[in-house]
Design a protein around this ligand. Structure first.
Ligand code: SF4
Length: 292
């Protein structure tokens, strides 16, 4: 099951299916199901090499977890939004597998649903209800190796100065880290499922062993960690950029995209897009997952 987007095998579904609103992340409004004005006839982005300066940073951060090419190649385009959720769940399960968790049955179930001819939202919700406890158990096991780890799940840490902080094993699920400075922080074994990292500074931070980190989160950060501080599967080349739609010029996890001068407040004030996407994509963990 492919969990890395390959836009060269997709027909620009994210640029058609998803809605967005004029905000810090998008320069204009676009309703769901309407092709973006910048989407070319060959399904490529006409402004790919200048997305950031064109006010389309949300496109840089977006990742479909490989759902786009899957539904395109199997003639299941109407099921894109559902399959995308299944691929995201598979992404998190891969982390759990890497930690030695016995989630083979859940992985198999996820793969079957990802390939189903008619996957339904109910199927996804049922799967999610079984996956969420497994993901949480993995995170708790990792956290147990540390004494006095802080429970920061859902905490509002926007704009905070956490430079060089020891955040090993921290529970940062759903934490709001908008514009936070995490430069040089150690996030080994930290649970980042759904943490909002938009505009965060991650330069010099160690996220190489963080749990449940996604391309969306890295793509939304102001600055990113080095390759050494990035989980291996997130530092690998991303064909999305080569396809000329979304992504940045050098692949996720390495330099590239930066937010502009917006601070946490400005970002907060432009959360409508996120709210819209949350409405169509339920979280992998109902308690705390937020979209990046
Ligand atoms: S990647 Fe390009 S074509 Fe797609 S939504 Fe963004 S600006 Fe539009």
């Amino acid at each position: 099951m492919e969990l890395t987007a390959d836009c060269s095998r997709c027909v620009g579904l994210c640029c058609v299916v998803l809605p967005f609103s004029r905000s810090a992340d998008f320069a204009f409004d676009k309703p769901a199901g309407t092709p973006c004005r910048h989407l070319a006839a060959d399904h490529r982005c006409g402004i790919h090499d200048r997305l950031g300066e064109s006010g389309m940073r949300g496109c840089v951060a977006y990742d479909c977890f490989g759902a786009g090419q899957s539904v395109t190649e199997t003639d299941r385009i109407p099921h894109f939004l559902v399959v995308e959720q299944v691929h995201e769940i598979a992404w998190y399960l891969a982390d759990a597998t890497d930690r030695g968790a016995d989630v083979a049955a859940l992985v198999a179930e996820t793969e079957r649903l990802a390939a189903a001819a008619r996957p339904s939202q109910q199927h996804v919700d049922d799967l999610r209800s079984r996956v969420a406890p497994a993901l949480r158990a993995v995170a708790e096991a990792a956290r147990s190796a540390y004494d006095g780890r802080r429970d920061l799940a859902g905490a509002d840490l926007a704009g905070g100065d956490h430079r060089g902080a020891d955040l090993r094993g921290a529970d940062l699920r759903g934490a709001v880290l908008l514009g936070a400075d995490l430069g040089g922080a150690d996030l080994t074994d930290a649970d980042l499922l759904g943490a909002d990292l938009r505009g965060a500074s991650l330069g010099g931070a160690d996220l190489s062993r963080s749990l449940y980190l996604t391309r969306r989160q890295l793509g939304s950060a102001r600055t990113r960690p080095t390759d050494a501080g990035t989980p291996k599967r997130l530092s690998e080349p991303w064909t999305r950029a080569a396809a000329g739609r979304g992504g940045d010029d050098d692949g996720v996890g390495r330099g590239g995209h930066r937010l502009g001068a917006e601070g946490p407040q400005e970002l907060r004030e432009h959360d409508q897009h996120r709210d819209q996407q949350d409405a169509v994509r339920a979280p992998a963990d109902q308690h705390d997952t937020r979209r990046s």
